[in-house]
Design a protein around this ligand. Structure first.
Ligand code: 1GP
Length: 253
């Protein structure tokens, strides 16, 4: 049995106002050589988490990818599955996503029912996550695959109420995502409103391409920043993004 320690550490960090940076790895887009390079940079940049997953996982590299990370560094690996088949027992934890911004029952509860015994057996730390897809200005894979309309980018109040409902339903995390490669990342005004309305940690991702945006998102109330696409294009961003996120002043007292 693994130590179920990621969620408590996320809550502790939130309490102290310490922001976290997570690098998203899509197993379809990496190989051992690329992973070696990413891990080297991530360790040097003091990246807090690796998120592993994608809307589609076409290759068979998921288990290998997770094992490769675990063999080569101590950065925790959190699965961010695009479907209930994307589970690797070698990871540390799993974002147990329910798409609360959509109205597709399969992604709210259907897939969970079918995969519940296997997931329970995996021994992974299960972190129930209210997953909210926000319109990022482009039909991203996640909005197509999920067959659910994203939440409009300018409807901050709907986002706030959705996140509040997720929290009251018992979700331990809220993840607002503009979708991988979004043209427009989530606005600070939406992040701010949502962050004030909930107590659980808030994860923000989708279309974050520069360190300043990551910093501003954290200042607005994000607890964890996730970047995938931009790092796939330019690995050197790992250091800049991590430094920006970690430079947000910690709460005093
Ligand atoms: C997507 O939030 C993640 O689900 C990260 O998005 O790939 O655009 O950084 P990017």
């Amino acid at each position: 049995m693994k130590l179920k320690e990621i969620y408590p550490s996320l809550c502790e960090r939130k309490q102290k106002g310490r922001k976290s940076f997570a690098v998203l790895i899509d197993p379809d887009k990496v190989n051992d050589e690329r992973m070696e390079q990413l891990i080297r940079l991530a360790v040097a940049a003091k990246v807090d988490y690796f998120l592993v997953g994608g809307s589609l996982v076409i290759s068979n590299y998921l288990d290998e990818c997770v094992q490769f990370i675990k063999r080569n560094c101590s950065i925790p690996v959190i699965l961010f599955p695009g479907s209930s088949t994307q589970v690797s027992k070698y990871a540390d934890a799993l974002l147990y996503l329910s798409l609360i911004s959509g109205r597709n029952p399969e992604l709210l509860i259907g897939q969970h029912v079918v995969s519940a015994p296997a997931i329970k057996q995996s021994g992974l730390e299960i972190m129930s996550t209210g997953y909210m897809v926000i319109d990022g200005g482009a039909p991203t894979t996640v909005s197509y695959i999920s067959n659910a309309a994203p939440l409009p980018a300018d409807k901050n109040e709907i986002a706030m109420c959705t996140a509040m409902a997720g929290e009251m339903l018992g979700m331990k995390l809220i993840y607002m995502d503009a979708g991988s490669g979004a043209k427009r990342a989530i606005t600070e005004s939406m992040i701010q409103l949502v962050a004030h309305a909930i107590e659980v940690p808030l994860i923000i991702g989708g279309g974050i391409t520069d360190p300043e945006k990551a910093y501003l998102n954290c200042k607005a109330g994000a607890d964890v920043i996730v970047v995938g696409n931009a790092i796939e294009k330019d690995e050197s961003l790992i250091m800049e993004m991590a430094s920006a996120v970690h430079s947000v002043p910690v709460k005093v007292g």
